[in-house]
Write a protein that binds this ligand. Structure first.
Ligand code: 1JT
Length: 276
């Protein structure tokens, strides 16, 4: 018997998982900030499957990051600014996608924010302003994007939406606090949206990822401790990778998941199903 490896196969290239699976399809990715972003891992997998992509970035500082990632490897991709709290900017993104591609098949929502000080200590210390901001950026944005994308999905004859969530949206996880409340709202939003858009052949699903050391997570006090704990507590005795999340995204964006909507798939090395 061979010995199981505790790390995923480092030679796996998500870019070549299914070279023609999504040929002729068009997708938009919200949430690339850095090479470690889950959104970037998803972009590579979708692009590798033949999908043409549009990217949004939040602010000038991140524009540079996104351009440096996208331009050398995904020539011809649309790159547009978007502050997701501004309906006019959200509308402008889809106007540009319409002008360039004339349709949309896949929307990836990988956007969240809360003040750093609200991701520690007691949930009760959440401010009214911090609560509203976290919900606006992390939860409402999915609904805003879906509204604006609807006519473009119609032009494609249907489509799919993928959003990112975390276990802290279904169970109390120390420190996740207001983000957990916002993720609960996001997960329920995804189900109502799936109901609304089902008749139009648009599927809406979520991926509940285990902790990953992304740029956003790096700012969190004690994040390394969380990663170490997961190695002990998950059935697979390890953390997950962004590429593993991307694999599930590829499935959700493809006809292989044709009957799946309103679903949240856990990509967390099995952690969510464990008891004490
Ligand atoms: C945000 C951040 C949303 C980090 C996030 C997030 N969703 C998951 N993570 C990672 C995480 C964070 C904590 C945690 C477990 C996972 C940072 C920027 C704002 C949005 O605690 C157990 C705190």
């Amino acid at each position: 018997m061979t010995t199981a490896t505790l790390t995923p196969d480092a030679t796996t290239q998500t870019e070549s998982w299914a070279p023609n699976l999504l040929k002729g399809k068009v997708g938009v990715i919200f949430g690339v900030a850095h090479k470690t972003s889950i959104a970037w891992a998803i972009a590579k997998a979708l692009h590798g499957a033949g999908m043409q992509l549009a990217f949004t970035y939040q602010g000038e500082r991140l524009e540079k990051n996104v351009r440096e990632l996208v331009e050398p490897t995904m020539e011809g991709s649309l790159i547009v600014p978007c502050d997701v709290t501004d309906d006019a900017q959200v509308a402008a993104v889809f106007k540009q996608i319409d002008d360039k591609y004339g349709k949309l098949d896949t929307l990836v929502h990988s956007v969240a924010f809360s003040k750093k000080e609200e991701l520690q200590g007691e949930y009760m210390n959440t401010t009214r302003e911090g609560f509203a901001l976290a919900h606006d950026i992390s939860a409402y944005s999915l609904t805003a994007m879906t509204k604006a994308a609807r006519p473009l999905f119609a032009k494609a004859g249907g489509g799919n939406i993928i959003t990112m969530t975390y276990l802290g949206g279904e169970r109390v996880v120390q420190n996740y606090n207001v983000m957990g409340v916002a993720k609960a709202s996001l997960e329920m939003s995804l189900r109502y949206l799936a109901k609304d858009l089902g008749p139009e052949n648009v599927r809406v699903n979520g991926i509940s990822a285990g902790p990953i050391k992304t740029l956003a997570a790096r700012g969190i006090t004690g994040f390394s401790t969380i990663l170490n704990k997961m190695e002990e507590l998950t059935p697979m005795q390890r953390n997950i990778t962004a590429d593993e999340v991307a694999g599930t995204a590829l499935y959700l964006a493809s006809p292989m998941s044709g009957g799946v909507t309103g679903e949240v798939i856990h990509v967390d090395a099995g952690f969510h199903m464990m008891g004490f």
